[in-house]
Design a protein around this ligand. Structure first.
Ligand SMILES: Nc1nc2c(ncn2[C@@H]2O[C@H](COP(=O)(O)OP(=O)(O)O)[C@@H](O)[C@H]2O)c(=O)[nH]1
Ligand SMILES: [Mg+2]
Length: 378
């Protein structure tokens, strides 16, 4: 459950347990009494430097520093290694040379479909490829790799619409999606990302369904010196997620915070009452700031393949999704789901704001079609 903190796994368990307990106590904040509580009580402040570093963790850090690339382009390549290996194994036979014929197109179609590209996107890509072959007068299959890369970049380019948070302050981002896709983890990564741009961030622990979700966010906030609004009911009663987020937005307004990241509980699109609940969360956010949320961000797990496309449709119908995060691209050998999303919305694909290629804090970055396609091929 706390895989979120994998980078810290070398720390002794007892230490983590104590810290968790303290964090839960310190950062707890009831919605009613928020204004009277001094900022320090809410603002968790444990600078990273003050963390005890054991000899063991030093060794692990050395190992990871040696083996892990530091640039995101490098990480993207490592993250997409499984997809790339899978593709190159299949494509090398195909693009090795020889005639461009129907048989080749058919084989390519199969490869794309098995990489989760989906029927629509596959059809679109093959059409584009045929046109390129005709236009450029290509005859050798060896030239097809470059042509396929071009077709892919052209297809994925419309997804590349980075999130601009400058128009509103606070800029409210509501995070949604099914269970386990990486919502809370992505919030941690996003907070880090925005902080690195000099923006102040506040987190709203709107997943009131699981107590662990609240703790996960609080503990993360403590480590990274980020304010977390996470009311404690003090009993079995669950907080209303809409109320928690509403309070968080008001706290952000009062403190002049730039960005609010609101976590929500995971839900299946078939759970009608939970879909109604998330609609309510969105409406209530609009009561705190009339045009908020400024971004409804749907988090998708790349491993779920075509199911991800179904999730986009259902969440969009309920919430008017404005942006996507695609996580765990490092965990799948089928990166085609990115194209599948385009195939579903050929006219107006949703904005793919960020992609996640690992569990580290820096493993989430804005989507770039060129970089992505380059990392997919050898
Ligand atoms: N490999 C990998 N794991 C991820 C990524 N993003 C999230 N995870 C893991 O997915 C699991 C579920 O994440 P969590 O944020 O709790 O999901 P939530 O239920 O949607 O909030 C955790 O173990 C995360 O470490 C990613 O980009 N790559
Ligand atoms: Mg969560």
């Amino acid at each position: 459950m706390f895989n979120f903190f994998k980078s810290k796994k070398s720390r002794p368990e007892e230490e983590k347990a104590v810290e968790k307990e303290e964090t839960a106590k310190d950062a707890a904040l009831s919605p009613q009494s928020k204004e009277e509580i001094p900022q320090d009580a809410v603002k968790t402040s444990l600078p990273a430097e003050s963390e005890p570093v054991t000899a063991k963790s030093e060794v692990i850090q050395e190992e990871t520093e040696e083996t892990r690339p530091t640039s995101f382009a490098g990480k993207l390549r490592v993250g997409l290694a499984r997809t790339r290996q899978n593709l190159s194994k299949q494509l090398s036979g195909l693009f090795g040379g020889g005639k461009i014929d129907e048989e080749l197109y058919e084989e390519l179609e199969t490869i794309l479909l098995t990489a989760d590209t989906g029927v629509n996107a596959t059809t679109q890509l093959l059409e584009d490829l045929r046109q390129q072959v005709k236009k450029k007068g290509l005859t050798d299959a060896a030239d097809l790799k470059t042509a396929l890369k071009e077709s892919l970049v052209e297809m994925l380019k419309p997804l590349e619409r980075p999130l601009d948070t400058t128009a509103n302050s606070p800029f409210v981002i509501m995070i949604t999606g099914v269970n386990g896709v990486g919502k809370t983890t992505s919030i941690g990564k996003l907070a880090k990302y925005f902080q690195s741009q000099g923006k102040s961030v506040l987190l709203a622990a709107g997943d009131t369904f699981r107590a662990a979700a609240r703790e996960q966010l609080i503990a993360w906030g403590e480590r990274n010196n980020v304010t977390v609004i996470a009311p404690d009911t003090g009993g079995d009663k669950k907080n209303d997620p809409a109320a928690v987020i509403f309070d968080a937005i008001n706290a952000a307004k009062a403190r002049g915070i730039d960005i609010v990241l609101a976590d929500t509980a995971g839900r299946l699109t078939t759970q009608m009452h939970l879909m109604e609940e998330i609609k309510k969360v969105k409406r209530v956010i609009g009561k705190a700031i009339p045009d908020a949320p400024h971004e409804v961000m749907l988090v998708l797990d790349a491993n779920t393949g075509q199911n991800a496309v179904t999730q986009v449709k259902a969440f969009d119908e309920a919430l008017d999704v404005t942006g996507l995060i695609l996580t765990k691209l490092d965990g799948t050998a089928k990166g085609g789901v990115v194209a599948a999303i385009c195939g579903q919305y050929p006219q107006n694909p949703p904005a793919l704001r960020f992609i996640g290629v690992g569990e580290g804090l820096d493993d989430l970055r804005p989507f770039n079609a060129n970089d992505f396609v380059n990392a997919l091929f050898d």
